[in-house]
Design a binder for this molecule. Sequence first.
Ligand code: HEM
Length: 121
Amino acid sequence: MDQQENLYERIGGQQKIGDMVEDFYQSVMKDDSIRGFFHQIDMDKQKNHQTNFLSFVMGGPNQYTGKSLAKAHEGLNTKGEHFDTIVEHLRNTMVQHQLSEQEVEAVLQKISHYRNDIVKE
Ligand code: HEM
């Protein structure tokens, strides 16, 4: 099993990822360049979906049952700059939660594969 498979377990599973997602959206919602996208969004639901998605990305049991990311972001008109901003918030949050540089990069590498689903330009 590679290190990535163990990340979910190492950081304390679903509960810890949930705490991280809470902090992630706190910082996203303080950022004027992106907060508007979430204006009408049910954030409890969103946090729950994001927790499941990140758990899956970090090698946990596959509990992501939400929409495909292409479908979820359809019509939002998210640009590359928004994607990069969100990634930076996620990066900072993971660093604050004591993920190693290598772990952070491994997660962001996996997420980068979804860029073309999320960004339409
Ligand atoms: C790091 C890249 C991103 C990831 C991993 C990600 C992940 C997700 C996930 C898992 C969902 C839930 C899908 C569902 O409803 O089942 C979602 C929805 C959403 N995302 Fe993202 N996202 C990313 C980038 C962005 C960006 C750049 C924006 C805008 C600034 C954005 C805004 C939204 C909004 C507004 C929704 C709610 C859509 C709805 O419920 O109608 N996301 N995203």
